[in-house]
Each structure stands twice: as C-alpha cells, then as structure tokens.
Design a protein around this ligand. Sequence first.
Ligand code: ACO
Length: 276
Amino acid sequence: MTVEAAIPTEDQLAEAGLRLRVAGGVATITLARPERRNAMTGRTWTVLAHVGQTLPASVRIVVIKGEGPSFSSGIDLAMFGPDGVEGEPSLMGYLGAGPGGEAALEAAIAGYQEGFLWLRRPGIVSIAAVRGHAIGAGFQLALACDLRVLADDARLCMKEPALGLVPDLTGTKPLVDIVGLSRAIELCLTARSVSASEARDLRLAELVVDGADLDRAVDDLVAALLATPPEAAAATKALLQQAVGSDPAEQAARERRAQVARLTALARQGAPGASG
Ligand code: ACO
C-alpha cells in the first residue's frame, strides 16, 4: 500500500506566504503577502515544492495568482541582508559559514528550484494569472508555468542582473525558448519592464485581458482545458515538450508510440470508434 505524503498544513502555507485551494481537479495557489507585494522567500519555494510533491492525483490544472495589486515583487530583499528573514538563513549567511558554504548555498538554491520545476510536469497544466508587477523571481514563477494570462496592467521585469545577480529560479530556459536568445539578452541585461501588450507581442502571454476580467478569463481557460480527457492531455503535453529542438524523425516515432498507447487504452475502454 502506498501512503500519500500529506500536503502542507495551513500554518506551513501561511508561513510561506501562500494559500492553497484544491477543488474539482484544480489547485489554486495564491501568493498571499500583499503588504509586501507578494515578495517570496526560500520557504515560499520549498513549500511550493512540497505542494507539487503532494497534490492529489486528481489535480489537472494549477493556477498561480497573487493577492492584491502585484503578482509578485520577487525575492524578499531581506533574504540578502545579514539576518535573512525570520526563521530562514540569509543567502549571504551561507557564504559566511566557513568551508562548505558555497556547496550549501548551491544545495539551497536547488531546493528552491524544485518549487518551480514541477509546474511543467505533463500530468498538469499550470497557469500564471498575472496582474501588476511580476519582478525577478515573480517573473520566473510566471515563466515556470505552461501558460500566462495577463491583466492589462501587468509589468514583467527580469531584475536580477540589475542587482548584480543572475536569474537562477529556472527562468532562463523558458524565457529563451519563448522570446529567443537576442530578445532574452536585451530584456535581462537592461532589466526593463515589459508591458502586457508587449508581452503578448513577444508571446510571453497567451492572453491579455482587462484587469476586471482576469479571474473570469482564467476560469474559462481552465474549463476548456478540463474538457480534454486527462490521459490524452498528459500524453500530448509530453509530446509537445519533447518536440522542442528534437529531430523530426525521432519526434515522428514518439508520436507513433504515443498514439499506439492511446489507441490501446481507448480500445480497452471500449471507446466509441475503437475496435477490439
Ligand atoms: N522584498 C521585500 N519587501 C518588499 C519587496 C521585496 N521584493 N517589494 C516590495 N516590498 C515592500 C516595500 O518595501 C513596502 O514596504 P513598506 O510598506 O514597509 O514600505 C511594501 O512592500 C509595498 O511596496 P511599495 O514599493 O510601496 O509598493 P508599490 O506598489 O509602490 O511598488 C514594486 C511595488 C514595484 C514591486 C516595488 O515595491 C519594488 O520595486 N519592489 C522591489 C522589487 C525587487 O527589486 N525585487 C527583487 C527582484 S530580484 C529577484 O527576485 C531574485
């Protein structure tokens, strides 16, 4: 018998500045520190990873949104200070901890990245619903999602290089995949803000809507995604992910194998139109 790990408690979520609601195959994660414009800490990301590891298998869609006027102002800047944020080590503190500090910091960042990477797994579709600022880690969190729906006041900014840093929360690959290398260099090395309409032009947004319509637009998208059978959705998402940069013949072979698996499953179910 497999014992499912427990999802984070309300207290753990609240300490991480998060809320989680799971209903009808949809998990809604809300960044919930509006008084800090949803600034995030290391704990936000490790708890996000925990959410990803423990979501019920029935969840097919994950929506991430921010409470208040901003999606997220990025990393809590106190993480760079000597004291860090309450209950969490400062990033600089790792380096001052003597031999092994660099390795410990790298391990900590690997743990933070786990909070982002699971959003791409084939069994779910992840959607970032962005209003206002998505800065630094906030932009990277939106990039970690499969789809982005933006309110017309959204502003995206990869601020890290302007602070002497690099984007390290898994954002560089999706950014380059979406906008191309040259534009990604321009956006990151100027750290300028991208408006919602430019984001649509750059294909950083699947949809831009009036701010008052953001929730409804996301609900409509979720309903349309839920209408597709889950197994076909997961197999198709996996195929599409593998298609990026793949050899055409190898990708065609993957399509054949995936289709044989689908048809076999449909035939077993006695689906209309399937023989056997
Ligand atoms: N970390 C900690 N506190 C923050 C952060 C942050 N990233 N962002 C905002 N806050 C705090 C502000 O200090 C302010 O606190 P106060 O009420 O005690 O003064 C409160 O949240 C509200 O912020 P305002 O600046 O007043 O809100 P406004 O809506 O005018 O501006 C904005 C929002 C644009 C997000 C601005 O706060 C900002 O530029 N924040 C810093 C963004 C940043 O540099 N993030 C790091 C990027 S790099 C990375 O993420 C790895």
